[in-house]
Write a protein that binds this ligand. Structure first.
Ligand code: UDX
Length: 446
């Protein structure tokens, strides 16, 4: 009989994991404390923009005709208890605490406390949330005697959540020593002994290492981005071209070409808060010296946003008052509707607060952006956003901006054809040929 699986927390991670588990043939129940989210998922709709996820849900959600019916959703812990799951994946979020670097573990703690009341005595609990090192050892104490706990971090990227979940680079599993660990390993090997794990190495390790793998991976990615952004600063000072520099160093396989795109830096729900939480935890452990460089990674990143604001100010002759600024992009990256800690929205907000008349357009992020920053101006298309603009800022590299915008058409409606590319993603030649002054971060002005 196929294992019965529950997924607790149905954000990006949980919703995708639940659908992926159903796709692999398991019976799945997803639980979230937010009724609105559950209502949508139960109807086969996704509360965020994530390519491919709605199609995956449609194949399995029990309310949809022709589906396998293997996937259900609930807000009720009693229902979760009655479902009698064999494996419970905890996928709740661990956001940054307000005004602090540390992450907020209250959702994880509350999920474990509620689960402990309904879990079967021989079930396996699997933590997937990103947590500070040492959490698993503490959380196992919240579970009833006999219930095993494994830590199994998730590395999915927003916008590629389905692909990353169904075809992970690697599967990392942290288990305790002894019989509990052996049971956990056996059950998880069964869960992942599916097409999902084909070709994906399984790294079996202890709790602390498994927790650290996730924060280390995200810190490394953040470091790569801030490194190239630091090079952009030097290029700006010395007249170099950071895009050519990145291309040239990227040919060295030890360095690699990915995550070397300079611009306004990283944002989103993971990278920024993960490096801060990592620093906070290292501090608690007395190992903060090991991670002091992450503070610099964070400040280089924040500096890029300020630098974009300065570039815009300069393009406008020294001030924003009375100037119209068009902002293309609001999400923290393309193929997502997520505006959490979005560099684009942050830059737009800073300019607005300094007196600029800002109009934003984003293909998918408008509802979220409006909610976070209702006082900004919003337009229904890129063309409408740039109408009458004194400067255009390209801040999220959506394909539709790169491929579908016609620089000549846009030049016809702006007040002044000046575009600042905060993502180094547009083709300078195309824009310049259409009469634009094109400037990008870390690259010489033509
Ligand atoms: C990240 C990790 O990639 C993923 O493995 C982890 O599970 C969660 O955090 P995500 O937050 O979806 O995923 O975004 P990612 O694609 O990593 O991009 C993060 C940010 O870095 C974005 O704001 C992006 O615009 C920026 N970035 C990325 C750059 O500025 N330059 C680059 O070269 C690459």
């Amino acid at each position: 009989m196929a294992l019965k699986i529950t997924v607790i927390g149905t954000g990006y991670l949980g919703a995708t994991h639940a659908a992926a588990m159903a796709e692999l043939g398991f019976d799945v129940l997803g639980l979230d404390v937010a009724p609105a989210k559950i209502e949508m998922l139960a109807a086969g709709r996704v509360p965020m923009y994530e390519p491919g996820l709605e199609e995956l849900l449609a194949r399995h959600v029990d309310t949809i005709g022709g589906s396998t019916g293997r996937l259900r959703f609930t807000t009720s812990w009693d229902e979760l208890g009655a479902f009698d799951g064999d494996v419970h994946f905890v996928c709740v979020n661990t956001p940054q605490k307000h005004g602090e670097y540390a992450c907020d573990m209250s959702y994880v703690d509350s999920a474990f406390t509620s689960l402990a009341k309904v879990v079967r005595g021989d079930a396996l609990v699997v933590g997937k949330s990103t947590v500070p090192v040492g959490s698993a050892r503490r959380l196992v104490g919240l579970l009833p005697e006999g219930v095993a706990l494994a830590w199994n971090p998730e590395f999915l990227r927003e916008g590629f959540a389905v692909q990353d979940t169904l075809h992970p680079d690697r599967i990392v599993v942290g288990v305790p020593e002894g019989p509990a660990g052996e049971t956990a390993e056996k059950v998880l090997r069964e869960v992942y002994a599916t097409p999902l794990a084909e070709g994906s190495p399984l790294v079996l390790t202890d709790y602390p290492t498994s927790e650290l793998v996730k924060t280390a991976a995200n810190s490394f990615l953040a470091t790569k981005i801030s490194f190239i952004n630091a090079m952009a600063e030097v290029c700006e000072a010395g007249g170099g071209d950071v895009a050519r520099l990145a291309e040239a160093i990227g040919y060295d396989e030890r360095i690699g070409s990915k995550f070397l795109r300079a611009g306004i830096g990283f944002g989103g729900g993971c990278l920024p808060k993960d490096i801060r939480a990592f620093m906070a935890r290292a501090g608690e452990l007395g190992a903060d010296q090991a991670l002091t460089f992450l503070r610099e990674i964070d400040s280089i990143n924040m500096r890029r946003r300020a630098s974009m604001v300065e570039m815009a100010r300069e393009a406008l002759g020294g001030g924003f008052l009375g100037k119209r600024v068009a902002v293309l992009g609001a999400t923290f990256k393309p193929d997502s509707d997520d505006v959490r800690d979005s560099p684009a929205l942050n830059v737009a907000g800073q300019i607005h607060l300094q007196g600029g008349q800002v109009t934003v357009y984003d293909p998918k992020g408008m509802p979220n952006a409006r909610q976070v920053f209702p006082t900004l101006g919003y337009a229904d298309s890129a063309l409408d956003a740039v109408r009458g603009a004194d400067v255009v800022l390209h801040l999220t590299e959506w394909r539709e901006f790169r491929d579908a915008l016609d620089p000549a058409e846009l030049a016809g409606v702006v007040a002044s054809p000046v575009i600042l590319d905060g993502r180094n993603a547009l083709d300078p030649v195309r824009w310049r040929e259409a009469g634009w002054t094109y400037r990008a971060m870390g690259r010489p002005t033509a």
